[in-house]
Design a protein around this ligand. Structure first.
Ligand code: ADP
Ligand code: MG
Ligand code: MG
Length: 205
């Protein structure tokens, strides 16, 4: 059963931050292959700042916490990823406004709105080798199910991330490489995987 409270969201942020800090070099290497090599640095800084910012307050609701998390990513991360992840989390915050706990259906809606925000902001379609290629399948996965299966959720996110390897980039910096962008996992899809894997771990508990 999914029943995400403010505490769960805090844990989600913490777990994601841990994975991003641990994999900062890996994320940067992915971005060195097809971008400008700053993705690990961008994400690590943004999430560290989000941890600092959210440690300052006792949050009344998941929505309030998600909002500070989102605003920190938007304001502290340079590059494409900050506004994209920030918008996703901000849309989730708006989606769950007024709720003390988030159930499965509400989580699904929150993800639908997060994806809509990402699409609105970045104008990427699926198969263009961006984080949309992880978020779109994960939204479909939530829509197609009615209860949360942690292992299946994580697998779906991982598979989607791995599939970006064979894609040719058509958005973002990687698009300049054309066919040379093929053969590398998309950095933003890798960090999206850490975010989703962390959520899955929080719900599993
Ligand atoms: P920058 O490319 O500005 O240096 P980052 O390296 O932090 O920013 O982030 C790059 C990631 O952002 C890519 O791997 C991709 O997943 C994502 N991205 C870039 N452009 C878009 C877009 N238009 N829509 C969705 N995601 C995008
Ligand atoms: Mg970059
Ligand atoms: Mg950059």
């Amino acid at each position: 059963r999914v029943g995400l409270t403010t505490k769960h969201i805090q844990l989600w942020l913490q777990k994601t931050n841990e994975k991003i800090q641990e994999n900062k070099t890996y994320l940067t290497e992915l971005d060195q292959a097809i971008g400008d090599g700053d993705h690990g640095i961008n994400m690590a800084r943004g999430f560290e700042e989000a941890i600092k910012k959210t440690a300052e307050s006792d949050y009344e609701s998941p929505s309030d916490l998600l909002k500070d998390w989102a605003m920190t990513l938007i304001s502290k991360v340079g590059g494409a990823s900050g506004p994209l992840f920030g918008t996703a989390i901000l849309k989730m915050s708006m989606s769950v406004k007024g709720k003390a706990e988030i159930n499965y259906a509400e989580l699904t809606t929150a993800f639908e709105e997060a994806l809509a925000g990402i699409l609105q902001r970045g104008h990427a379609a699926e198969n263009q080798k961006t984080l949309v290629d992880v978020w779109s399948p994960i939204v479909r996965f939530l829509q197609e199910n009615t209860a949360f299966d942690s292992a299946a959720f994580t697998n779906q996110a991982k598979e989607a991330m791995e599939q970006t390897k064979d894609m040719q980039a058509e958005k973002g910096r990687a698009a300049y490489l054309k066919e040379r962008s093929i053969g590398h996992i998309d950095p933003g899809s890798a960090s999206s995987f850490y975010l989703l894997q962390s959520l899955s771990e929080v719900i599993e508990k």
